[in-house]
Design a protein around this ligand. Structure first.
Ligand SMILES: *[C@@H]1O[C@H](CO)[C@@H](O)[C@H](O)[C@H]1NC(C)=O
Ligand SMILES: *[C@@H]1O[C@H](CO)[C@@H](O)[C@H](O)[C@H]1NC(C)=O
Ligand SMILES: *[C@@H]1O[C@H](CO)[C@@H](O)[C@H](O)[C@H]1NC(C)=O
Ligand SMILES: *[C@@H]1O[C@H](CO)[C@@H](O)[C@H](O)[C@H]1NC(C)=O
Length: 402
């Protein structure tokens, strides 16, 4: 969870007086007891800046963001990793794309929180520089709470205040390549792609302090760019049911934390998964307040799965936490699945029963995959999500041929 890991914790704080403008104030439930999050993921800005198609697809991505925000009025936008494709970036302007991404948010006075993805680290792009660029905007709530070469950057939590406590935690699952570093053969140096154990330790310690202080488990949402092995195991060992876990399931088998890394810490395409995300998975299931984990990375997967059992082949047993993908939001990055944004609606009343609602708002304006992440999620039946493709935000949408 630690190259882009974030958790939002929801806290009770009845009367927060704010003379400060709304966007600088701590996050709060609205008067009607709701708090809505729009997740934008895998925007992949800045591809091939010297060609026409790179800048053009960024214009299309801005249109997607505007369309989503015209329909949804979130209290917080989460940029869940791979904001920029750093691989072809130029050192002198690799972070300017942040301004383009957040333009529609700034225009609307919205506030956001990011996790960084594997494409946000490259020879010419650093996570530290992205954070610095974000912090030019007061609307950014992205932070770094864990330091060190192995920790990643976007590891932090955000409290949300209401009549009950809640928060979100953001984790950095890292990946990509170290900034301005080459090995003796002149090759870029890979950065591990899982949430580092130093971040897991910070999360456990922070959570223990909350329990001590508030005498209860704080309901919380987790954001991390790359999903864990539990999502892969759900997909391959249990199977994703199109009615019970509605969503596109085209990235089969999905890519997870630790992919491409051997157990001994070396990375080669021949490496088989070495289980490096096990400490993170253990921390998630041992933290009863964590209601859901939201990831991106796999552009062709958009479902939620309730991890409530010991899946064959795994040692970590699920405790009922919901593992969700969002929707590919950008015209950059691989795949032409219709773009969109997962919405998460937290209401104070439902939170008492650990229930949150979610749906995906497509660039076409339609809603798909509207579900209640309640105790019977995984047994309830929903309409199947159509597997749509799109080639531009003002074009028509076609069904993927299977
Ligand atoms: C970044 O620099 C490159 C190389 O000079 C240029 O082609 C590109 O247009 C620049 N991008 C932006 C957004 O200014
Ligand atoms: C990094 O940026 C420099 C300066 O723009 C450019 O010349 C170089 O090709 C870039 N390197 C990589 C690996 O993208
Ligand atoms: C990861 O999941 C696969 C199933 O997809 C399973 O075979 C493997 O044992 C799991 N490994 C760990 C460490 O969880
Ligand atoms: C989209 O489909 C409608 C109805 O079939 C058609 O009238 C319109 O020209 C199409 N637009 C594009 C951009 O293909």
């Amino acid at each position: 969870m630690w190259h882009a890991l974030a958790a939002i914790f929801f806290f009770a704080l009845p009367s927060l007086q704010s003379a400060v403008p709304k966007k600088f104030a701590p996050l709060k439930f609205a008067k009607d007891g709701t708090f809505q999050i729009s997740i934008l993921e895998d925007l992949h800005f800045g591809e091939n800046a010297w060609d026409t198609w790179g800048p053009e697809q960024d214009v299309n991505s801005v249109t997607v963001i505007n369309r989503v925000l015209d329909t949804e009025s979130p209290d917080l936008v989460v940029l869940n990793g791979d904001l920029i494709t750093g691989n072809n970036a130029f050192l002198e302007n690799s972070t300017v794309y942040i301004d383009e991404i957040v333009g529609p948010l700034v225009d609307r006075g919205l506030t956001w929180a990011s996790t960084y993805g594997n494409h946000d680290s490259a020879y010419n792009l650093s996570r530290e520089a992205m954070l610095a660029r974000e912090h030019r905007w007061p609307n950014s709530r992205t932070e770094q709470m864990v330091f060190g070469r192995e920790a990643g950057v976007s590891n932090y939590y955000l409290p949300v205040y209401g009549s009950d406590d809640q928060d979100s935690t953001f984790f950095d699952s890292r990946g990509g390549f170290y900034f301005q570093e080459l090995d003796s053969s002149g090759n870029e140096i890979g950065q591990p792609n899982w949430v580092d154990v130093s971040v897991v330790d910070w999360f456990k310690k922070t959570n223990a302090e909350f329990i001590q202080k508030y005498q209860k488990n704080i309901p919380s949402l987790v954001f991390v760019h790359i999903p864990t092995n539990a999502s892969l195991a759900a997909q391959t060992e249990v199977g994703i049911n199109p009615h019970r876990e509605p969503g596109i399931n085209d990235d089969y088998t999905l890519a997870q934390q630790g992919q491409g890394w051997c157990a001994d810490g070396s990375d080669a395409s021949s490496c088989t998964y070495g289980g490096q995300d096990v400490p993170f998975m253990e921390a998630l299931v041992n933290t009863p307040g964590v209601l859901a984990v939201f990831s991106g990375h796999d552009h062709g997967d958009t479902w939620c799965y309730k991890w409530d059992s010991l899946i064959s082949g795994m040692n970590v047993k699920g405790n009922g936490v919901n593992l969700c993908f969002g929707q590919h939001s950008g015209y950059g990055g691989y795949g032409s699945w219709i773009r969109g944004s997962r919405q998460v609606l937290v209401t104070e009343a439902k939170l008492k029963n650990k229930v949150i609602d979610s749906w995906i708002r497509l660039e076409s304006g339609h809603v798909v995959g509207a579900v209640s992440l309640n105790p019977t999620y995984g047994e309830d039946s929903y309409p199947e999500t159509p597997d749509l493709l799109s080639s531009c935000p003002t074009c028509n949408y076609t069904l993927a041929s299977k």
